[in-house]
Design a binder for this molecule. Structure first.
Ligand code: SF4
Ligand code: SF4
Length: 96
């Protein structure tokens, strides 16, 4: 039986083909409508994965750890975020 001391902690860096980010299983992703964003950072406050960063003019999205939960979309007071299907090729994509 496994004991706690047998369990590795942290990312598995010995296996290069495995990613250490968690976005690979995401089915939906948020997209930003920059013309509606006023950089208020409510999304930053609510995102459980820390995907938002204050930008110049608009907030910046970093989606490596985004799980597509949609909390940011629900909380944005200006309707500046929307969820789209992963890989949909949505022209409004604005991340990374
Ligand atoms: S909550 Fe909405 S308006 Fe505020 S910074 Fe985030 S995306 Fe922009
Ligand atoms: S969908 Fe969820 S994890 Fe992704 S940026 Fe929005 S709040 Fe964060």
């Amino acid at each position: 039986m496994l004991e706690e001391r047998d369990l590795k902690r942290g990312p598995n860096l010995a296996t290069p083909l495995l990613t250490t980010t968690t976005a690979s299983w995401r089915l939906m992703r948020p997209v930003l409508h920059p013309e509606r964003c006023n950089n208020c950072l409510v999304c930053w406050l609510f995102c459980p994965e820390g995907c938002f960063e204050r930008g110049t003019g608009t907030v910046e999205l970093h989606l490596d750890f985004c799980k597509g939960c949609g909390i940011c979309v629900a909380e944005c007071p200006r309707g500046a975020l929307a969820l789209v299907e992963e890989g949909s090729g949505d022209a409004r994509l604005s991340e990374r």
